[in-house]
Design a protein around this ligand. Sequence first.
Ligand SMILES: [Zn+2]
Length: 694
Amino acid sequence: MYIQSIKNRHSLAVDYLFSVPQKGNFFERKAPFPVLGSGYSGIYKVPFAEKRCEMGSYKKCSMWVVVIGLFLTHIACGGSDSNPSPVDSGPDGDSDSDGDGDSDSDGDGDGDTDSDSDDDTDDIDTDGIPCQTPADAGKISFSNVPTWRDGATAAYSMFHDDLCDYGVRGIQENAVPALNERGLSAGLGAIAAECEAGDHWEMVAQLESQGHEILNHSYDHDNVTPSNIDQEVVAAKETFDQHLSNPVSFYIFPYDYFTDETIAAVLGNGHIGARGGNRDDNDGFTNPPINGTAPASDGAVEFDVWPRTYSKYALYYPEDILSVHVWQAIKTGGWATREFHSVIKDGEPDEGNGFGPIELSAYEAHLDFLVDAYRKNKVWTANPSTVIRYRHAREACDATVNGSDIVYNFSDPDCSSYATPISVIVTTEHDVASLEGRQGTTFVYTRKLAANTFAVTANPTAGDVALSGCADPGHGVDDGDIAPEPLPADSVCDIVSVVGTGGNGMMDDLERPEDEFQVLPNPAQGDGRTGSWSWYPQNAGVEMTDDGGNTVVSYAGTDLGGWSGLTLAFLGGNGAGACYDAGAYSGLQFRIKGTVLSGDELDGKIILSLVTAETQAQAYGGDLDGEGGHFNYQVTLTDAWQTVTLTWDQFNPPTWGDTANLTELAVEKMQAIDWGVSNQASSFQIYVDDIELL
Ligand SMILES: [Zn+2]
């Protein structure tokens, strides 16, 4: 017998409320493992009982949302009122010698030295500062064009999806004010139809004018396929471009569902980048979802997803999920991106606030971390298209220093087509306090990185930059360390664990409307369990179906070409990084019938696997550092219904991989039950019902 058990795969195809964490398990005969392609990324429309409005009836709900959204948005965001920008509440004493009405030396109208319009200094400031007290810098020399702006160690971008939808009004109400206050910006993925329906264009344009990047998040928020690219990609872009100062240039696929073909279509229709990174191969440790520094894979930008149950960092506590991802970029010198949806006030319920909202205090703590990381020149936080342009422009635009001028060569077409401010590091013979940079009549952002060393950031296509030494303090780099990299928990069970009492053992009797098949929490689950269904690969056929007046789950496939499985989680969607202690139960029972046609010894059989945190890989919400089999039991199928009853000790231990040494089922760390089918199967049709713990 060489069939062992199951490997858990978990694809985080996530966006909005329609999807669950999709996982896969698959059997493995021998090393090496089958390679998973993008087919494991998928979208699963899931009616969440308490969030019906954001579910399958999305458009209908939008209709009533429109009315409320219009009203609230105009209150919350200024709408058409006469004061749409953040109000300057600072004391604008005018005791300086520059041309604006305040007491500092920068170019804006408030009382501090940063670039925003509030009155504090604990934020990010990239103003060009005209020098008041010239000083001799001596000879100025070219050093390099750094990988990231200012020579920061890493780059970082944030996404907020579903802008204009009423459920995520917290983006404009909570997230944007917190960003603006700190001089930070984010990519805001807007749904064109929602912006139209809610007449949100003024708000969208205002957010753009504040420095945020508006991203194309489709027209109708449908899965993008070759057949609807004209609508979901092209028409959406045309609609956005009619209302924005800058054409949209970055695409976010609804539900994070994409294929090579649809990514190519997005890039071929006026976008320079897309959030289309395959997450199946990522984990939170040795292969985190971090982008490289080279100008490549712009359509396959890797990302992590908030909340934790959808994150690749499931082994980290929720409060550490955001910063550990940034830390992974710092450690590799790469570019991290983070998917959020809405931001809610502390204590506000998640319900009615879109997919996986984050509380404002946690969000602000993250932004404060980013500001600190900026000040210490560790992390450059920027809009996604800005980072993509920088990666290209850095290589395509040449820079040298001639006398006291930075001279650019932008003859490479890529330098113009990706035109964006790039940094040039220069050194000065004398250690002046700051360096003034003037491009025509405009003062550009300069920053002192160390003694005699400065970063000068300007758009090469706007002409050469004249440099001169200055005795006035300018932008600098703070000393000290940023908050240390968080440590993982010993087990995901330390983070989320539910202890069963041995009471109601029902896991699913499937007696509910068919459109509630994947409801979270699963209403049939008893005794603290919530878990729902998932399956792999994506093209397996799974549905609730009537069987003589009884509703059951049907699971079918033909020539799927890989290991296949149907999975019922104990808590959440499988891969959620949660543990259920089933120690109060002695085993499980379910009803099953069906056929499997397979050219191997799994002909006519399924392998039932118990997925625990011990046997689930870290990449898929478990503790296992590596890969291995699960505790398992083979069931011979019959044409008529049979009831299978198994005690925990009847399951066979794993026999391959990093779990082959396990002898005892971790019954206190249960994550899922999996009904698996051989990768040799030419076809199968299985029915399952009445899954129950005993
Ligand atoms: Zn979305």
